[in-house]
Design a protein around this ligand. Structure first.
Ligand code: BGC
Length: 749
């Protein structure tokens, strides 16, 4: 009985849909409201939707190619033409394998911006917004409409292969930068995609792994950047992740997509699947996943490859025939289909794509875009150690430099995978140093060691000995040695995790040997993840982290080495001494395809600082060639009224003085300590930061607003954010472990 009722209802619904389709197929007048730009977006969406046939609607739920959504020509609905990101416009033609190969077709050369973690190290949302805008301009210039970024997944484990793409370990910092990136991209009428929703924090078995994360941890650590992207950035699309979350694939996860993203957060744009992350038709559509990618013939060809399915990829579930069959069977309601399609249409109208297609033919890598890449690479460099003020180098005093290391003469612009951009040029550390040094300085180069997995010499003992000898000799005969170490796109990238926190084979020994040969050694890290340094750090006088700095990395490094730029970057991630010290150790990569986030909210400094585990370098840490003094912390309660709305917040201000002889910039960090909460809270949480430029001797007042949200934790019982009245402590400092000033903040009932 029940079954026949369902069938009858389904048949009725389908008949209604089909009826609409007959009406919908009528010719569309030139002045149809949806075609008129002045018509409000929601009316355009409704008008267009009622003209669509059910077949057309069903067509829109899957892509028409590797990087394009399905156009409906009859109605003038354009395909959304996508390009990978987030660190610039990556080539979009062909499969991932094709687009990565240097000899692949349709080479797209565009500006390679610094990796996400390098941009995070700038703590400069204004700059990230300009980066987003520059990328938006390049997307348009290349005739595309959408960039698949930013990546806002949290660095939970130092071995995650994609840490370099994200903005580090802290949800607040990640939120601020994600919002900035989105605003920049969207200001150009280009569609960003915030990815990967959610809890995509390891590459190990990324298509199958099931991340088990408790509700509080999700809300406090892994969701805030997505929430901010939607609420503050107004993000037009969100990309669902490959993995399962609490037992269900993200692409068909009702609590994640429908309940949290669409209802709780109020997301009005569309959810796009990650490439090949769907495993069902009705459950996926009904969960709120709006557009499956890839689609069309490239997807069919890709699916036919045994390796695709063997790796756990899923695709081809939201094709028109499958969706129509489920609509006909009553498993997908018409209202649901309408909602999914409306979301895609809304973005097409809102972004301006419907009215102003991006025709391409524009210029990329303009001087202004390159300048943003250079500024990001420069501001992102973190000075971690500078014993005896070895840096900056004084070009007038030194005569020779030995530039050493497997990353010295190659531009390692980014990690591997879908984010790797092919730039028109890229400056290696060696080129940057040579260019800056000019003719008066003798610059010698020695690789010292072959890069693991790249250089066959690495496997031959005599060749290794010879390389090491050349390097130590070069170091011994130079005034200064600069050793550039790290990984590259095949050791750190998408679809695999990093094997170990240790530097690749031979590099620790290289550093130790060079340091022995020349006490004036500067080590430069060129990676996206923290690395172990215990074998050499105590003897290292100077250490810089340049991350993957994009095409301008070499110029940026040289400008910091020679003091043209004063380093101002700070770590967006704690550097554990060893992997065993990191909070996720023992809960990674999981067993039997399940990973439990057993450390809960104690990620990064929340763990190190609360549990008193000493990191190698703490979160938020970074030195300068000058010094900054903090004074006079003030906390003033303020009540503001906007119409009938009353808002209470606390205005925190602090004076920061550049006490040294050089101009510089300081990132001032604000943490909140809650000592009276009824539940366990980390010893402090970042809730504000500002990067402030200070001339030598100058003092500026830095101000922060702290509101209720900044004092809150997520209560699973109340299903809400709770701030408990009482006295909080405001901490202002230069890193999570260098708190300079503290003051009380009262929260009244
Ligand atoms: C990645 C995404 C990327 C997509 C398209 C996937 O493998 O996880 O980040 O945007 O491919 O290339």
């Amino acid at each position: 009985m029940r079954c026949s009722l369902t069938l009858t209802l389904a048949t009725f619904l389908f008949a209604t849909a089909f009826h609409a389709s007959v009406l919908g197929a009528q010719a569309v007048p030139a002045d149809a409201p949806y075609k008129i730009p002045a018509t409000p977006v929601e009316q355009r969406v409704a008008d267009l939707l009622r003209r669509m046939t059910v077949e057309e609607k069903a067509t829109m739920l899957s892509g028409s190619g590797w990087m394009e959504s399905a156009p409906i020509e009859r109605l003038g609905i354009p395909a959304i033409k996508m390009a990978d990101g987030p660190m610039g416009v990556r080539s979009w033609a062909g499969s991932s394998a094709i687009t990565n190969a240097a000899s692949g077709p349709a080479k797209v050369l565009s500006t390679s911006f610094p990796s996400g973690v390098a941009m995070a190290a700038t703590w400069d949302p204004e700059l990230v917004q300009r980066e987003g805008q520059a990328i938006g301009q390049e997307v348009k210039a290349l005739g595309r409409d959408m960039i698949l970024g930013p990546t806002v997944n949290i660095n939970r484990v130092p071995l995650w292969g994609r840490n370099f793409e994200g903005y580090g370990e802290d949800p607040y910092l990640t939120s601020r930068l994600g919002v900035a990136y989105i605003k920049g991209v969207q200001s150009e009428g280009v569609i960003p995609s915030v990815k990967h929703f959610a809890a995509n924090n390891e590459e190990f078995e990324r298509h199958r792994i099931d991340a088990h994360v408790d509700e509080r941890t999700l809300h406090e650590i892994y969701l805030p950047a997505f929430k901010a992207a939607v609420e503050e950035g107004g993000a037009w699309t969100v990309m669902s992740a490959y993995n399962r979350l609490n037992g269900t694939y993200c692409a068909e996860n009702v609590p994640l997509l429908n309940d949290i993203l669409k209802k709780e957060i109020g997301f009005k744009g569309f959810v796009i699947s990650d490439w090949g992350s769907t495993y069902s038709t009705a459950p996926t559509v009904n969960a709120g996943m709006d557009l499956e990618m890839p689609g069309g013939p490239p997807m069919q060809a890709w699916l036919a490859r045994p390796s695709t399915l063997a790796s756990g990829n899923g695709a081809g579930w939201l094709t028109q025939d499958k969706v129509l069959a489920e609509v006909k069977a009553g498993h997908i309601g018409e209202a649901t289909l309408d909602d999914n399609v409306s979301r895609i249409l809304r973005v097409i109208f809102e972004s301006g794509l419907f009215d102003h297609p991006h025709l391409g033919g524009g210029e990329v890598d303009t001087p202004a875009q390159k300048a943003v890449a250079l500024q990001g690479a420069t501001e992102g460099i973190v000075l971690l150690k500078n014993a005896g003020s070895l840096l900056p180098l004084d070009a007038a005093k030194i005569h020779s430099i030995a530039v050493i290391g497997p990353n010295a003469a190659v531009a390692r612009t980014g990690g591997g995978g879908s984010s790797l951009v092919r730039p028109k040029y890229a400056i290696t550390p060696l080129d940057g140093i040579k260019e800056r040094a000019g003719n008066g300085l003798d610059v010698k180069y020695a690789p010292g060691v072959g890069m693991e997995g790249e250089d066959p010499a690495q496997d031959i003992a005599e060749a290794r000995t010879k390389l090491l000898k050349e390097a130590t000799e070069a170091a011994a005969h130079a005034d200064v040695a600069v050793v550039v170490v790290g990984r590259y796109s095949k050791l750190e990238g998408e679809s695999f995790d990093v094997k170990t926190m240790d530097l690749p084979a031979g590099q620790d020994e290289l550093i130790a040997a060079v340091e022995k040969a020349n006490p004036h050694t500067i080590v430069v890290l060129n990676t996206g993840d923290p690395v172990t340094m215990t074998k050499w750090i105590d003897k290292t006088p100077a250490l810089l982290d340049m991350w993957y700095g994009g095409q301008e990395g070499g110029h940026a490094l040289a400008s910091v080495l020679f003091g043209d730029a004063n380093p101002s970057g700070k770590l967006p991630v704690s550097f554990p001494k060893r992997f065993e010290d990191s909070p996720a150790y023992g809960h990674y990569p999981g067993e039997n395809l399940r990973v439990d986030y057993a450390e809960g909210i104690y990620v990064g400094y929340r763990y190190f600082d609360t549990k008193n585990v000493e990191p190698q370098f703490p979160f938020g840490f970074g030195l300068s060639y000058t010094n900054f003094e903090y004074s006079d912390l003030r906390v003033v309660h303020a009540v503001t009224h906007s119409g009938t709305q009353k808002q209470e917040l606390d205005l925190v201000s602090v004076d920061v003085k550049n006490t040294g002889a050089r101009d510089g910039a300081e990132v001032v960090e604000l943490y909140v300590h809650d000592g009276h909460a009824k539940i366990d809270r980390p010893t402090h949480e970042l809730k504000g930061f500002q990067r402030v430029e200070l001339k030598a001797g100058e003092t500026k007042t830095v101000q922060f607003n702290v509101d209720r949200a900044d004092l809150s934790y997520w209560s699973p019982e109340k299903k809400d954010w709770i701030a408990e009245p009482g006295t909080f402590e405001i901490q202002v400092g230069a890193s999570s472990r260098d708190i300079r000033l503290r003051g009380p903040l009262e929260l009244k009932k």
